[in-house]
Design a protein around this ligand. Structure first.
Ligand SMILES: C[S@@+](CC[C@H](N)C(=O)[O-])C[C@H]1O[C@@H](n2cnc3c(N)ncnc32)[C@H](O)[C@@H]1O
Length: 268
């Protein structure tokens, strides 16, 4: 895809959550408005890039676990973002070549790039939809075609639930999304949590400058409640780098500096 194709119909003067994250991960699908916001965030939180990378690394470890150890063969990745290194369908295929993946994002740039990447792939697809409207996702023809709700599903909500405000009822959204999932389904979540003034300052930057980007940081209790109806697997709800690290050397001295909490739960 050339630059003009993916930028068609986008307002480049307004930063987007997906493109700011893409920039922090070292991607190239962002505009100067996104880079300005990312730099403002970095001025407040010098670790912003490391935090983005640690979040992505959690996603990779969780998906590998779900495919290799939990035997999950179909994935619904909501708030999937702009394709980057370690895309879900690439990870699962390393384990199960016929596994199916549906990506969902509301961001047009994320959807355009995913569409281009997956062109002609029979076992992976992308849907443009909003997490706050679960019925649109569950009833989407592509989701219905690709996901067999009689079999376990890996539901991924990685770094997206904090973009749902309390007024948008994230617990209600989760209840609706998880109700049709078969026993043996898994839920993987990462979510921004409080870190004194830094978290508040970052939230303010997003609120001011990012289209539809009002993060709500939540307490461990609030994030843990998202796993209602699921058994939280070891090591429970922890700071990102602490979730089943590939090696002990990957765990930083103070993991709480990575102020997001993660967990994986199994539906009994
Ligand atoms: C920080 S990125 C996370 C990408 C990926 N899940 C990861 O962790 O690497 C957040 C993504 O969620 C998407 N997003 C935010 N709110 C959403 C909503 N209400 N519905 C669907 N996608 C949403 C954004 O467009 C963005 O692509």
């Amino acid at each position: 895809m050339n630059d003009r194709d993916w930028a068609t119909g986008i307002d480049p003067s307004r930063a987007s959550v997906a493109r700011v994250y893409d920039y922090l991960l070292g991607g190239a699908h962002n505009f100067s408005a996104d880079r300005d916001i990312a730099r403002t965030l970095e001025a407040i939180e010098p670790q912003a890039r490391a935090i983005a990378a640690a979040n992505r690394a959690f996603l990779v470890r969780a998906v590998r676990f779900l495919a290799a150890e939990a035997g999950v063969r179909q994935f619904l990745d909501i708030g999937s973002g702009i394709p980057t290194q370690g895309n879900v369908h690439e990870i699962v295929r390393g384990v199960a070549p016929d596994a199916r993946v549906v990506y969902v994002d509301r961001d047009p740039v994320a959807v355009a790039h995913s569409t281009a990447l997956l062109d002609g792939d029979p076992n992976a697809a992308v849907v443009q939809a909003d997490l706050t409207r679960p019925a649109d996702i569950l009833g989407h023809p592509t989701v219905r075609k690709m996901i067999d709700f009689g079999e376990p599903v890996g539901l991924l909500l990685v770094a997206v639930l904090h973009f749902i405000t309390d007024e948008q009822d994230p617990r209600g959204v989760l209840a609706e999304l998880t109700a049709p999932l078969a026993p043996g389904s898994h839920l993987a979540v990462s979510h921004g949590t409080h870190k004194q003034e830094t978290g508040e300052a970052v939230t303010k930057v997003y609120r001011r400058a990012v289209a539809q980007g009002e993060p709500t940081l939540r307490t461990p209790e609030e994030i843990g409640a998202f796993f209602t109806g699921f058994d939280l697997l070891d090591p429970g709800l922890v700071h990102g780098p602490l979730w089943r690290p590939d090696s002990p050397g990957d765990v930083p001295d103070d993991p709480s500096r990575f102020w997001f909490l993660v967990g994986v739960g199994r539906k009994p």
